[in-house]
Design a protein around this ligand. Structure first.
Ligand code: SR1
Ligand code: MG
Length: 414
């Protein structure tokens, strides 16, 4: 009977012991494996299973939202989409996502590579730790997944089949549509914000231009299938050492706009930036904050460089066909640069929206939540919220990442 059963520290050893690919990897007898449940995300169970030869991660979807409980059911099929997203990301940017060892659709279970000594990037940012070349690694990942997942590279029929496949993942994008694009802008039931922020929140919710722009971005998010997104690319979806970064957890995968992942990612760096005064001593503060901004700049620079390289060398899909450009002796790069401009503007808007939702709706981030004293937390979140609004309202006016970072410095001084 392979019907879904929620696994536990007590049962997972026997379950995986019956799977050849896992048993032979871990070695020894399943009775002797050590198991810990370490899931600290909002949705799933995550087990570390350690055998004499190797250690693996086993991630099992629960039939409800872990953060809320069984009052919010959530389909198990998200594990199927996560598995397919990981497979595609592994092909598009080899080595950047964990290797998959076993997938069991009925159990909504993925057994994969245990990343060690990697830790969640958000924890490193709160602790003031740096990662060498972080922006370059993340910028390349965003560019490669964006490019290879679109009709710039894919054949139209393959792309349409893939859009249709992932379109089945309806319940997960619905979370983003509610928690990210809608709830922050009205008094939704699951919302929460820090004491002291009422005037800022009232300003945001009273701004009709802002809400119109956010709805425009949700329309793009929900209806524009430019490429396969990670869908939840925040600093909790990245694991890093001092010199390496890997991307995990793409269960929010969907086809969507090119600028979404890099915009969400940037927001999470900006929130790390604004929260730093509560986490660093005065002596370390400015230097570490500047490092975070340098990561944002490097991410965008690398994204654009890599996207241009792929455009020049690997454009073979339906979009911007070579026959219209190189084929008639035209330079193809102005068209690429124009598209990069649109991606940048979208990314700035998505960035502002993510900065809002992490302080206003369900599922806040530890960068701010770990600041226990709300008299310290509220003004830092206020900087983040007001800058977020400026990004959404004036997305077209930011020339580049340097301009974005200059604005962050100004808000940081308020
Ligand atoms: C109910 S899920 C809340 C959040 O957790 C995930 O990581 C996504 O960011 C989602 O919005
Ligand atoms: Mg996640």
């Amino acid at each position: 009977d392979n019907s879904y059963k929620t696994l536990s520290v007590e049962t997972i050893g026997a379950h995986l012991g019956a799977v050849d690919a896992v048993r032979s990897r871990l070695g020894g007898n399943a009775d002797g494996w050590s198991v810990r449940e370490v899931g600290d995300g909002n949705l799933n169970l995550v087990f570390i299973v350690e055998g004499p030869d190797e250690t693996v991660i086993a991630k099992q979807a629960l039939p409800y939202v872990r953060l809320v409980g069984d009052s919010w059911p959530l389909p198990l099929y998200r594990a199927f989409y996560e598995y397919h997203a990981l497979s595609r990301q592994a092909a598009r940017d080899p080595g950047l996502v964990p290797e998959i060892y076993h997938f069991d659709e009925a159990q909504a279970l993925i057994v994969m590579e245990f990343l060690s000594p990697h830790v969640i990037l958000r924890r490193k940012l709160i602790a003031g730790e740096k990662v060498v070349d972080l922006g370059a690694i993340l910028g390349r990942f965003c560019a490669r997944t964006a490019f290879y997942g679109s009709e710039l590279y894919m054949q139209s029929a393959d792309k349409k089949a893939d859009v249709a496949l992932f379109a089945g993942n309806v319940a997960i994008p619905a979370i983003t549509e509610a928690l990210v694009f809608t709830d922050p802008y009205f008094d939704a039931e699951m919302n929460a914000h820090t004491d002291g922020l009422d005037p800022v929140v009232a300003d945001l919710r009273g701004n009709v231009d802002l809400k119109m722009r956010v709805q425009r971005m949700m329309t793009k998010f929900a209806s524009n299938t430019e490429t396969m997104l990670h869908g939840d690319l925040h600093s909790g979806s990245i694991m890093a050492t001092e010199t390496e970064a890997r991307i995990i957890d793409p269960e929010f995968v969907q086809y969507g706009p090119f600028g979404f992942d890099i915009g969400m990612l940037t927001a999470n760096f900006l929130m790390a930036y604004f929260s730093q005064p509560a986490h660093r001593s005065q002596a370390d503060l400015a230097g570490y904050q500047e490092w975070i901004l340098s990561v944002i700049e490097a991410t965008f620079e690398t994204f654009q460089d890599e996207f241009r390289r792929l455009w020049r060398d690997e454009r073979q899909g339906m979009f911007y066909p070579q026959v219209l450009f190189e084929g008639q002796g035209h330079d193809p790069m102005p068209a690429c640069n124009a598209l990069l401009g649109d991606i940048w503007t979208d990314a700035i808007s998505f960035c502002g929206i993510e900065m809002h939702r992490r302080c206003l709706s369900l599922a806040h981030n530890a960068d701010f939540e770990d600041i226990e004293d709300v008299r310290i937390r509220a003004p830092l979140e206020a900087r983040n919220l007001t800058m977020g609004a400026e990004l959404i309202l004036n997305a077209e006016s930011f020339a580049d990442a340097q301009a974005l970072c200059s604005l962050a410095r100004q808000y940081n001084e308020r």
